[in-house]
Design a binder for this molecule. Structure first.
Ligand SMILES: Cc1cc2nc3c(=O)[nH]c(=O)nc-3n(C[C@H](O)[C@H](O)[C@H](O)COP(=O)(O)O)c2cc1C
Ligand code: SF4
Ligand code: SF4
Length: 436
């Protein structure tokens, strides 16, 4: 069985699964529950000058009946005093010495940063996370994403923190920025030990069409909130990989954003994260989800012959290349498994109206017979010469593995756009004819 124990920038934890800073990490009671359920770490709800929250605070993006595909909040940092939070951090750190209790901090002046950093270490926190990412409420006060969006300011603040820090410092980055690697590089220049990403994305999830006010509703008004949950995973993966691949960042990465299953976790690890944080999925399903995540990740590592989590970290990151380096001569086309095809013809409509008119409807003939197919009803057939291998039909097909994409042997040598441009300029190659 694979070893899940995690060594992240000097912070040890029994597994890479940490509760992200947010409502599930607000109190010692929740921290105990999280560790009892099997989580490896808890990043405490951000500590700073206590704030006052509004009611209501959350809203959701539901898709075709599936709840909370995306989740939005206008909640601020902890509404409890630093004294209370740090006392409870101490209680948890004392009771769970093998686990990672990390203090998330947000404040303003150099003096205040020094003070909070020292008190966190005194409380027994194993590390500190700097919240440079909160996109609402705190940024109007010159904190949160207002810092994370300005690399120079972020670098200065990290350097202040490092003056006082005797435990590892993680900088949590905001995705509300054009190039997240600029902020990651600033964190490194400031002396940070690691980065974590992503915090929430600016958003409005829905408008109540009776009252004509967006949610969450606060006495006739609303505000831009932070978006998270399953819908943000692709954005988070993109940013984690960008930071992992950046030569000027080279810091351990704690991956956050839409993680809810072991598969999500494995994808973040493969793209360069070496610890993982979860908020929305816990708010939706509770701490118990970690059981399945640990078991699934462990089984996956076993199936790949990997003995530790570290062996997976970053394995897929180098395969993400810039477009100009992709092989123009690689080709794949769609293939239908007629024993699985239910004859819904969604693939036909998608290709006909939304892609390349490379699917015909033909008499079923003696092709296999998928379940529920209406006798005599025409079925799709791929016109191989027209198929550009865009994937669309395989994405819309409602039956798993019914349409697969198969490699085609073109007999041509690899040719990237970059090489093509150079050879064309040197007159060594004829232009590839435009598609008719
Ligand atoms: C209601 C709510 C409150 C949050 N509060 C904080 C916070 O105090 N500090 C912080 O760094 N991140 C906070 N976050 C952001 C999460 O830690 C996390 O970065 C984000 O939700 C993405 O992860 P997820 O998709 O697993 O939720 C909060 C998120 C939610 C949903
Ligand atoms: S979408 Fe899939 S199941 Fe439906 S007709 Fe096409 S191949 Fe068959
Ligand atoms: S892969 Fe694209 S072009 Fe080919 S059949 Fe499917 S939708 Fe049409």
């Amino acid at each position: 069985m694979a070893d899940l124990s995690t060594h992240f920038a000097g912070i040890e934890s029994p597994n890479p699964f940490w509760v992200a800073s947010g409502p599930p990490s607000n109190t010692a009671y929740q921290c105990h529950r999280a560790f009892e359920a099997g989580w490896g770490g808890v990043v405490w709800k951000t500590i700073g000058d206590p704030i006052v929250n509004v009611s209501s605070r959350y809203s959701a993006h539901n898709v075709n009946g599936q709840r909370m595909v995306g989740f939005n909040n206008i909640e601020l940092i902890s509404d409890r005093s630093p004294e209370t939070n740090l006392r409870e951090i101490k209680e948890c750190a004392d009771r769970w010495p093998e686990h990672a209790v990390i203090a998330s901090l947000m404040t303003d002046t150099r003096e205040n940063w020094h003070d909070l950093v020292k008190r966190s270490a005194d409380a027994g926190a194993k590390g500190i996370e700097l919240n440079f990412g909160c996109p609402h409420g705190m940024c109007e006060r010159g904190m949160g994403s207002a810092v994370g969006q300005n690399p120079d300011v972020a670098e200065t603040l990290v350097s202040w923190v490092m003056e006082a820090a005797e435990i590892p410092v993680i900088v949590k980055l905001t995705p509300n920025i054009t190039d997240v690697t600029a902020a990651a590089r600033a964190a490194r220049r400031g002396g940070a030990d690691a980065i974590s990403l992503i915090n929430t994305i600016n958003s409005i999830t829905q408008v109540d069409l009776d009252r004509l006010v967006p949610e969450p509703y606060v006495g006739g008004q609303s505000a831009h909130g932070g978006y998270c949950g399953p819908a943000v995973k692709p954005i988070a993966l993109n940013m984690v990989q960008s930071c992992a691949a950046d030569e000027d960042v080279r810091l351990p990465i704690s991956g956050i954003g839409g993680i809810g299953t072991w598969r999500d976790a494995a994808e973040f690890l493969a793209l360069g994260a070496s610890s993982l944080q979860v908020c929305t999925a816990i708010m939706h399903y509770g701490f118990r989800i970690v059981e399945e995540m640990k078991e699934g990740l462990s089984d996956y590592l076993d199936s790949k012959g990997m003995a530790t989590v570290g062996e997976l970290v970053g394995k897929a990151a180098p395969t993400v290349n810039s477009w100009e380096n992709l092989d123009l001569h690689y080709k794949r086309i769609a293939a239908i498994d007629y024993d699985k095809c239910i004859g819904c013809n969604l693939c036909y409509i998608a290709c006909e109206d939304g892609a390349h008119q490379a699917i015909d409807l033909v008499a079923p003939g003696d092709r296999g017979n998928g379940p529920g197919r209406i006798e005599g009803k025409p079925i799709p057939e791929i016109v191989e010469e027209e198929c550009v291998g865009c994937n669309l039909c395989s994405l819309v097909c409602p039956v798993d593995d019914c349409i697969t994409m198969v490699d085609v042997e073109t007999g041509k040598e690899e040719l990237t756009w970059k090489q093509y441009g150079e050879l064309l300029e040197q007159g060594k190659i004829d232009p590839i004819p435009a598609h008719p």
